[in-house]
Write a protein that binds this ligand. Structure first.
Ligand SMILES: [Zn+2]
Length: 103
């Protein structure tokens, strides 16, 4: 399901030789895939070129799109398996039963 979304986002927003609004096509929030894209440098063609060696200014091949999808899915799986951070120790409530002298 998420892999399907990732594949669609890549096809629709990234795969063209000159994607619309390249560099700003991936929102910072709103869908787990968007978060994963920023985390894995698969958010725009600039990042794909710099970090994944996928050249800019040419349409992405099916193979490149499959690679990017796999990276995103892999990252999301890792995130889901990450243990929750330990619960913060609750701060002890101040003791209120001792009335402070007013004067
Ligand atoms: Zn980017």
């Amino acid at each position: 399901m998420v892999a399907q979304h990732a594949a669609e986002f890549i096809r629709d927003r990234l795969s063209a030789a000159e994607p619309v609004n390249d560099g700003q096509q991936t929102p910072l929030r709103g869908h787990p895939v968007f978060i994963a894209q920023h985390a894995t440098a698969t958010c725009c063609r600039g990042c794909l070129s710099k970090w994944h060696r996928i050249p800019q200014h040419q349409a992405m091949t099916a193979e490149q799109q499959a690679w990017v999808t796999a990276v995103i899915v892999h990252w999301l799986r890792q995130e889901m398996q990450r243990p929750l951070p330990p619960e913060r120790p609750r701060r002890k409530k101040p003791i209120n039963d001792r009335q402070l002298p007013l004067i």
